[in-house]
Each structure stands twice: as C-alpha cells, then as structure tokens.
Design a protein around this ligand. Structure first.
Ligand code: SAM
Length: 217
C-alpha cells in the first residue's frame, strides 16, 4: 500500500503551519509540489523540515492544464512513493480550495493509493485576520470566488475574490457600485505583506499572491 497526504502549508508564515503538517512532512519519504520555474511557495514555507528528503517538482503547463496533465502527475506520484511508505503533496493555503491537488487526488483515487488531507489555514482566513476585517457576523452570508461577476454581490454581505490579477478594476468598480468596502491584501503574512485600500494603488499592483476582501457597508 502507498499513501499520499495532501498538505496545506497555510498563507506563508511558517508559524501558521499546523503541527500535523510538520509531523507528516518530517516523516514522508518524498515531497511533491507543483513546479513554478524550479520553485514553489509551499515548499519554501516548509523548507526547514525537508532535510535531505527527496523533493519532486511536478510540471503543470501555465494557464491551460488538461486532464492528461493530472493523470501524468498522478503516475509520477504513484511511481515515486515506495511501497508501504508515504509522500506529501504541498499546496499553499488549504488543499481543498482552488488547488491543483484536487485534480491530482481525483486521478489517484482511481488507483489503490490511499489519500488523506491535512488542512491548512486558507489565504482569505489569514487575510481577514491581518486586515482585521471580519468575514461574517451573525446572519451574514459570505462568498469565495476566483471568477468574479458583479451579480455575485447581489446575494451576499461579504466576499473574497482570489486571483485578483485578472480584472481588478472591474471588481473594484462593482464593489463600489454595490456599496461594499474593500481591502486588497498582497502576500498576506509574508515579510513584504501589504494591505491597500486606495483604488489606484490596488490597480497598479500585479501580484498573483493577492486577494480582495469586500464587505457590504
Ligand atoms: C490557486 S489559489 C490557491 C488558494 C489556496 N489553496 C488557499 O487556500 O488560499 C491561488 C490564490 O490564492 C490567493 N493567495 C494564496 N496565498 C496568499 C497570500 N499569502 N496572500 C494573498 N493571497 C494569497 C491568491 O489570490 C492567489 O491568486
């Protein structure tokens, strides 16, 4: 039997890793993470626990990833984990939120690989804390999205938009039209974290590691 843990490494601050994530990473035979030009943010977060462990960075084409790419990733993972041992696949934030891991897991579940998930602190939860902006109070509804449309604001009191690089100006205009306050949080919990509220400054920024929190006034 082989086993893969999907591990959430949280927003980036090493102290926000869970004890369980650290334990499993230390004991895993091999560590997997998506390859981003030879690097990976989740891997950087757990660097001090890797020792001389085998690390396999898996290629996923930028932009248009197809099912065949997840099948190939699952094959690599299956091959690399020795019989009777386990591996750990790292994702930023939580593995169950907009992650590559979800699609790889779906392919691995068709094999006899056992899969277990270890939650991490999601980016938007950490951002709410850093910005001191509650996500919800009694009676509120909250929406998380990575594909924003103005109509989404009609039925919620609070929203978080991930992958903000796509259409920031449209998002900010819509939030203003629908009477929402907003905060842009970039590199949340990192040393160079920034929290912006000025529209022009937000639009100028183009960091992938950023999100927008909106709250109805
Ligand atoms: C592919 S999604 C991964 C989401 C992740 N699984 C989670 O639980 O937060 C990538 C997006 O997450 C957001 N993100 C992840 N880490 C972040 C951080 N430290 N600060 C701000 N946004 C972050 C950004 O919106 C980024 O474009």
């Amino acid at each position: 039997m082989k086993k893969l843990y999907g591990i959430g490494t949280g927003p980036g601050d090493k102290e926000l890793l869970t004890l369980k994530a650290v334990k499993v990473i230390k004991e895993a035979s091999v560590i997997f993470a998506p390859n981003n030009k030879g690097k990976n943010i989740a891997l950087d977060t757990v660097e001090e626990y890797l020792g001389d462990k085998k690390v396999v960075l898996i290629d996923f084409p930028m932009g248009k990833v197809e099912r065949i790419d997840y099948i190939k990733a699952a094959e690599i993972i299956y091959k690399e984990i020795p019989q009777g041992e386990y591996g750990a696949f790292l994702t930023i934030g939580d593995p169950m939120i907009y992650s590559t891991f979800i699609y790889v897991m779906e392919e691995l579940e068709k094999t006899n690989m056992e899969v277990e998930i270890i939650s991490g602190i999601p980016s938007f939860v950490a951002a709410a804390a850093r910005a001191k902006q509650p996500l919800t109070v009694k009676g509120d509804s909250f929406l998380l999205c990575d594909d924003f449309k103005e109509e989404l604001l009609d039925s919620v009191d609070s929203i978080c938009i991930l992958k903000t690089f796509k259409n920031k100006e449209e998002v900010l205009n819509a939030l203003k039209n629908k009477n929402f306050d907003y905060k842009y949080i970039k590199r949340c919990t990192w040393n160079d974290e920034k929290i912006l509220t000025d529209k022009e400054e937000i639009i100028k920024d183009s960091d992938y590691i950023s999100l927008i929190l909106g709250k109805k006034k």
